[in-house]
Design a protein around this ligand. Structure first.
Ligand SMILES: [Zn+2]
Ligand SMILES: [Zn+2]
Length: 395
């Protein structure tokens, strides 16, 4: 078996990891570069022979989750190569692709032919067997992949954390299914700094509850696909107050409700915003899930005493997203903004806990971080295998 991290050994995002045998090639994630602090996304020249250049040579592409830094380049994959994503994640991604269909018709088409994966249900591709395992992340239905071939076993974590609602299940699952792998390919975002320090999602929910109790009109700015955060908002919206969102957000929550096995994601209280309902919202008070765009800014302007709970990474407020900054500005300037966020990525001690759970015999390959050598300070129980992008690792 060979492992090639085509991109991601020395950067966050833009992930692409190949695992191949003598007869089969699979790619895990084909992500776009993240924008820099000016909002600029450099032209993406990532070329992988057999995938987006040369004759098609890959047997499958498997996506850990729907964030752009993991699937942003899937438009460049020829139709003949199947692309897989978690079953519920596909439905959420389709909502997103439908919304952007006019701007990105190709992306919409690609979303329609995504194939589905189910956690714990192995997929056999040539002589490679992949078992998706559930991952706790700020994307819904994120997966880790246990890859087995040539008598070797590799765990690819994708993006994950242990401090979300579903984080507790991760270590027992890994101990049961992935203990004693040969290689652990693991994300290390938080080691590069920049990501928000971690309170647990449950602690965050408690603080959100206080903010909502203390204020009649509350806007919560979070990613439309951060389903755990939206579940938190709903959980702490008191009886008699409205939990409002727009049509697009409602569409996503309806998809989640239809897919979810847990009642926690039922979203029974949510009301779609309509101008005709404003008098009721004003009378009873509300919590509204919003995004940083002029539409929501227009609504917010009608509530000069409302507060904003900013529930995304604070780095986005550095000017790279002008619409977001414009939305936030009046709240910030009048002292009506509170930041309540927690990262979608694992804390350093949780990276160590995962390594201890799976005990990789050969070592850990760091990805999704700027410096693989940052892993050296974790005191891991396995050697760190620092690769360069494109380097072939023989297993
Ligand atoms: Zn990522
Ligand atoms: Zn992610």
């Amino acid at each position: 078996m060979e492992i090639i991290v085509h991109r991601g050994t020395h950067q966050i995002g833009g992930c692409a990891t190949e695992i191949r045998t003598g007869t089969t090639r699979i790619l895990i994630d084909f992500g776009a570069e993240l924008p820099d602090e000016t909002g600029y996304v450099p032209p993406d020249h990532l070329e992988i022979d057999g995938l987006n250049v040369g004759a098609p040579g890959f047997d499958a592409v498997l996506l850990t989750h729907y964030h752009g830094d993991h699937l942003g380049l899937i438009n460049r994959i020829p139709d003949s190569i199947p692309v897989y994503l978690g079953r519920s994640a596909v439905e959420v991604h389709k909502c997103f692709a439908r919304r952007l269909a006019r701007r990105d018709p190709e992306g919409f088409e690609v979303s329609q032919r995504l194939r589905t994966l189910d956690a714990m249900v192995p997929l056999v591709i040539g002589d490679i067997r992949v078992t998706p395992l559930p991952a706790d992340h700020s994307a819904w239905d994120a997966l880790m992949f246990l890859v087995e071939a040539d008598g070797k076993r590799v765990l690819h974590t994708g993006d994950f954390r242990l401090h979300g609602f579903r984080g507790k299940a991760t270590l027992p699952v890994l101990e049961k299914y992935a203990a004693g792998v040969d290689v652990l390919i693991m994300e290390g975002t938080r080691l590069s700094g920049g990501s928000h320090a971690g309170i647990s999602e449950r602690e965050l929910q408690g603080r959100l509850k206080e903010a909502i109790r203390a204020n009649k009109y509350v806007f919560v700015l979070c990613a439309s696909t951060n389903i755990d955060r939206l579940a938190s908002i709903q959980n702490v919206t008191p009886r008699g107050r409205y939990f409002i969102c727009d049509h697009y957000q409602k569409e996503i929550l309806d998809v989640v409700r239809a897919c979810a096995k847990s009642g926690c994601y039922g979203f029974p209280k949510v009301t779609t915003y309509g101008k005709n309902l404003e008098h009721r919202f004003r009378k009873q008070g509300f919590v509204m899930a919003v995004r940083g765009n002029p539409l929501f800014a227009g609504i917010a302007a009608g509530y000069p005493d409302a507060v904003l709970v900013y529930s995304m990474w604070e780095g986005y407020l550095d000017g790279r997203n002008p619409a977001l900054s414009a939305f936030v500005k009046p709240f910030k300037e009048s002292g009506r903004m509170q930041v309540l966020h927690t990262s979608g990525h694992a804390a350093p001690e949780d990276l160590k806990a995962v390594c201890d759970a799976v005990k990789p015999a050969r070592g850990v390959i760091p990805i999704h971080g700027r410096r693989p050598e940052d892993f050296d300070g974790l005191g891991l129980s396995a050697p760190v295998i620092a690769l360069a992008d494109g380097e072939v690792f023989q297993l």
